[in-house]
Ligand binder design. Structure first.
Ligand code: CTP
Length: 449
C-alpha cells in the first residue's frame, strides 16, 4: 500500500469532486492513473494486493431494534476483514442509526426504504441481490422474520432478500418473550428447514429490562460466523454418510432404554458438509432438531435399524462420520404387552448390539471413517484404542463428563486424533465450529501438503 500512497494525491484530486462514497469510480480512476504512472514492479505489486473485486460481498440488512448499534461495529469489523459490505436499512432502523454512519464505515451507499430514482440508479436493487456472496440480517426483528417466513416482500429489504440466491444468515434480537413466542420459533424452524442459517441470540441483560435469551450476539461473534459461512466449497465431490442422535431400545410397547445424545453434533456436521459443497445422507436417531435443508434424512430408532440403514448407504458414500451415540445394548426379550407394576424387583437382561463402525472398518474399501469417542476418563488413550480397533482414519474424542461440553450441549471441547498419530486438542467451541475443524483436519489428512 506504500506504493499506492505515492499516487494517492493524484487519485484524490480527481475523485474529490465526486460523491465520496462512490468507491467503484475511485478504484477505476486509481487503476487508470496507476497504469499511467507506475513502474512495472509497482504494477506487479499492485496486482497482487488489489483484489477488491474478488473480495466477498456481504449484503447486510439492518432492521429496527436497539441492537442496531452493534450492526455499526459489525460493518467496521467486516470491512477490516477485507469484505465488501452493502447495507440495506429498513424504515424502523433509520430511527436508531443514520445511513451516514453505515455509509462512512462501509464506504458504500446505503439502500434505504426511500425509493428514489437517484438511489436506484446508484445502487441497483436487483444488482444487490445478485451480487451478494452472503446475505446477512442483523439485527433481525420478529417482524422481519415473520415476513420472510411468510414470503412477504413488501419493502426493500424483504424484496432484495426474496430475489437473492446467496446463502442467508439471520441474527434475531428481541425481547425474551417475543423470542420464546411459538409463532416466532415456528418461523425460525421454517427458515432453518429451507436452509437459512440462524445465529442464536445470546443470553443476558436485554434493553427491555428483562434478562434472558434475545440479545444480538457480539459483533465479533457475528463476524466470525460470516467468515465461516463464506468458506469455499472445498468438500465438493464428497458424499458423507453421517449418523446422529441416540438410539431407542424398546422394553415394552411404552418404554425404552436410551441415552442423553441430542444429535446436535451430527446435525452440525451435516450442515457444515452441505455448506462446503458435499452431499449428505443423515441417518438419525430420534431428536428434536430440524433436519438440515439439502440432506437426505433417514430416521431410525434402534441400533439395528441404524446399522441396516448405514450398511445400505455405505457403498454409495466416500466417507462415514459416526456421530451417533449408538446403543451398545438392547433388551434381550421385548415384552409385547405393557409390563405391569408389581412389588418385586424387575430384572432386565441386555444383550450387546453389533458395533456398526467396527464392522465398517473391517470392510473399508477406500472409504474414510471418522468416529467419535465419548469418554469420562483416559480420553486420549481410550480414543486411540478406538481408532486402532475400529480401523478409523480419525477419531473425535470428548470428555462427556465435563459441564458445558458434549451431550445435549451447543458446545464441545474435543481432541482430534488421526491415524498418522497427529493429535489436536481444541478449546470449547460451538458444535458448528467444531464441525468445520473436523472437516479441515479431514481435508489435511486426505491431501497432506
Ligand atoms: N459405535 C458404533 N456402534 C456401536 C457403538 C459405537 O458404531 N455399537 C460408534 C459410535 O458412533 C462412535 C464410536 O463407535 O463413533 C465410539 O463410540 P463410543 O460409544 O464412544 O464407544 P464404544 O465403542 O461403544 O465403547 P465404550 O462404550 O466401551 O466406550
Amino acid at each position: 500500500m506504500t506504493v499506492l500512497a505515492k499516487h494517492s494525491a493524484a487519485i484524490n484530486a480527481v475523485t474529490k469532486s465526486r460523491d465520496a462514497v462512490d468507491l467503484g469510480t475511485k478504484w477505476a480512476v486509481t487503476g487508470i492513473l496507476f497504469a499511467m504512472f507506475a513502474r512495472p514492479n509497482e504494477i506487479r505489486y499492485f496486482c497482487s494486493v488489489t483484489t477488491v473485486e474478488n473480495q466477498p460481498k456481504i449484503v447486510l440488512g439492518v432492521t429496527g431494534g436497539i441492537a442496531c448499534y452493534k450492526a455499526v461495529e459489525l460493518v467496521r469489523l467486516l470491512v477490516k476483514a477485507s469484505l465488501r459490505v452493502r447495507v440495506i436499512m429498513t424504515k424502523s432502523a433509520l430511527e436508531f442509526v443514520t445511513p451516514l454512519t453505515f455509509q462512512t464505515l462501509s464506504g458504500n451507499p446505503v439502500a434505504t426504504e426511500t425509493f428514489d430514482l437517484t438511489q436506484e440508479s446508484q445502487i441497483g436493487h436487483i444488482n444487490l441481490a445478485d451480487s451478494a456472496d452472503l446475505f446477512v440480517i442483523a439485527p433481525a426483528t420478529a417482524n422481519v422474520i415473520g415476513k420472510i417466513a411468510s414470503g412477504i416482500a413488501d419493502d426493500l429489504l424483504t424484496t432484495v432478500l426474496m430475489a437473492t440466491r446467496a446463502p442467508v444468515l439471520v441474527a434475531p434480537a428481541m425481547n425474551i418473550h417475543m423470542y420464546e413466542n411459538p409463532i416466532l420459533q415456528e418461523n425460525l424452524r421454517k427458515l432453518r428447514r429451507i436452509g437459512y442459517h440462524i445465529l442464536e441470540p445470546a443470553e443476558g441483560y436485554l434493553a427491555c429490562g428483562y434478562e434472558g435469551q434475545g440479545r444480538l450476539p457480539d459483533p465479533e461473534k457475528i463476524a466470525e460466523e460470516i467468515k465461516r459461512l463464506l468458506r469455499k466449497k472445498d468438500l465438493c465431490g464428497e458424499k458423507f454418510l453421517i449418523t446422529a442422535g441416540p438410539n431407542r431400545e424398546p422394553l415394552d410397547p411404552v418404554r425404552y432404554i436410551s441415552n442423553r445424545s441430542s444429535g446436535k453434533m451430527g446435525y452440525a456436521l451435516a450442515r457444515a458438509a452441505l455448506r462446503r459443497g458435499a452431499e449428505v445422507v443423515l441417518v438419525s436417531g430420534p431428536t428434536a432438531l430440524d433436519p438440515p435443508g439439502g440432506a437426505r434424512l433417514i430416521s431410525v430408532l434402534t441400533a439395528a435399524e441404524m446399522r441396516a440403514a448405514v450398511l445400505k448407504e455405505y457403498a454409495q458414500c466416500t466417507a462415514v462420520i459416526m456421530a451417533a451415540a449408538v446403543s451398545d445394548y438392547r433388551v434381550a426379550t421385548i415384552s409385547d404387552r405393557k409390563m405391569k407394576r408389581g412389588k418385586d424387583t424387575v430384572e432386565v437382561r441386555l444383550e450387546p448390539n453389533p458395533d456398526i463402525l467396527k464392522e465398517l472398518g473391517q470392510n473399508k474399501n477406500g472409504k474414510w471413517l471418522v468416529g467419535f469417542a465419548a469418554e469420562t476418563e483416559e480420553l486420549t488413550a481410550n480414543a486411540q484404542k478406538k481408532l486402532r480397533e475400529k480401523n478409523l482414519d480419525m477419531v473425535v474424542a470428548n470428555n462427556v463428563a465435563e459441564t458445558g461440553s458434549g451431550f445435549d450441549s451447543d458446545n464441545n471441547a474435543a481432541t482430534i486424533i488421526d491415524r498418522t498419530g497427529k493429535t489436536r486438542s481444541l478449546p470449547l467451541m460451538s458444535k458448528d465450529e467444531l464441525a468445520d475443524q473436523i472437516y479441515d483436519h479431514f481435508l489435511a489428512l486426505k491431501s497432506p501438503r
